[in-house]
Design a protein around this ligand. Structure first.
Ligand SMILES: [Cu+2]
Length: 135
């Protein structure tokens, strides 16, 4: 009789532990999945492009490097390293990225020499320059 009671108690304890583990891992998985789904897809960066990171909403310190210097025919890829969405919009209408989400990027190839000033549409204080020189 004593032996039987011990087995019953042990079974209840084991079953309880299994249920507890299941509930715990279930909620943990949900947490991981939840944050995973919220992450923006990372856009691939073209080879041989000059990367300019969007680092903050901070005037001319919003982009790094700023100014960016490239040769005619070269590509600049802006990568959004900041937490919010931004655009890379040419002052003269030469290029406009549209909204770039966190971790996403926008690429533009410069075919003419010159100084290209750009800003962020929702945050016009965010300004940058690309200097394109003859190759
Ligand atoms: Cu912005």
């Amino acid at each position: 009789m004593v032996k039987k009671n011990v087995v019953v108690i042990a079974s209840v304890v084991i079953a309880g532990a299994i249920v507890a583990t299941y509930v715990l891992s279930g909620s943990m998985n949900m947490g991981v999945e939840g944050s995973g789904n919220r992450q923006e897809p990372v856009t691939p960066i073209p080879e041989n492009s000059t990367v300019v990171k969007i680092v903050a909403n901070a005037g001319s310190n919003s982009f790094s490097p700023n100014p960016a210097e490239v040769k005619v025919g070269e590509t600049v890829t802006w990568v959004n390293d900041d937490s919010g969405g931004h655009t890379v919009t040419s002052k003269d209408g030469v290029f406009d990225s549209g909204m770039i989400g966190k971790g996403q990027s926008f690429s533009f190839t410069f075919d003419k020499a010159g100084e290209y000033q750009y800003f962020c549409e929702p945050h016009p204080n965010m300004v940058g320059t690309v200097v394109v020189t003859e190759s």
